[in-house]
Design a protein around this ligand. Sequence first.
Ligand code: TPP
Ligand code: MG
Length: 191
Amino acid sequence: MSTDPDTERADQHECTEIVIETTPDAAIVSNLGVASYVLAGVEDRERNFYQWGSMGVTASIGLGLAMSTDDQVTVLDGDGSALMSLGAFVPIAKYDPPNLTVVVWKNDQYGTTGGQPTPTDGVDLVAIARASGLEATGVSSAEAFSNAYREAIEHDGTDVIVCDVEPCDPSERPPYDYAYIKRRFRDALDE
Ligand SMILES: Cc1ncc(C[n+]2csc(CCOP(=O)(O)OP(=O)(O)O)c2C)c(N)n1
Ligand SMILES: [Mg+2]
């Protein structure tokens, strides 16, 4: 169940850069651990809402946020965390906010805690999202990710992009002060 060396996998850092370049003003809700570490390494923006410690809540936070603003909201989730709260796809599909895009970084492991394999072998997260009523695409290269992300932004409804990524172990970290992250993010949204 470890990552298949024959599978083409995108670079998570490069794909995160694409997110910021394509939607520089987006509110980005990033999963605890690697997704937030990579995001902070690419750019520590005021509009980054990093999770620290809270697993399985990123997409649900994104839904609530997207329903309360007209701004683009992009969720950067992990595959293990998405598996922990698969039910979140159903209310997201029901409300289907046009300004929400959910990216799932599928590295087939709990990368943040040491690379234990996630039970994603043979599990089709794209099909699960579609069966929940969402538009969903699977990609495995930065170029395909870029195209899928642009289409998702233009599409009048929520999209899920499941992106096969190479596991990585970034050294960057977001700020560690939770209240500071929250206040900074909230103030940026109010502007
Ligand atoms: C409820 C809960 N269980 C376990 C953890 C410990 N934990 C932190 S990050 C993580 C792995 C997350 O895996 P994934 O969502 O696939 O993201 P990745 O680390 O691969 O980017 C785990 C198990 C936690 N913080 N909260
Ligand atoms: Mg993972």
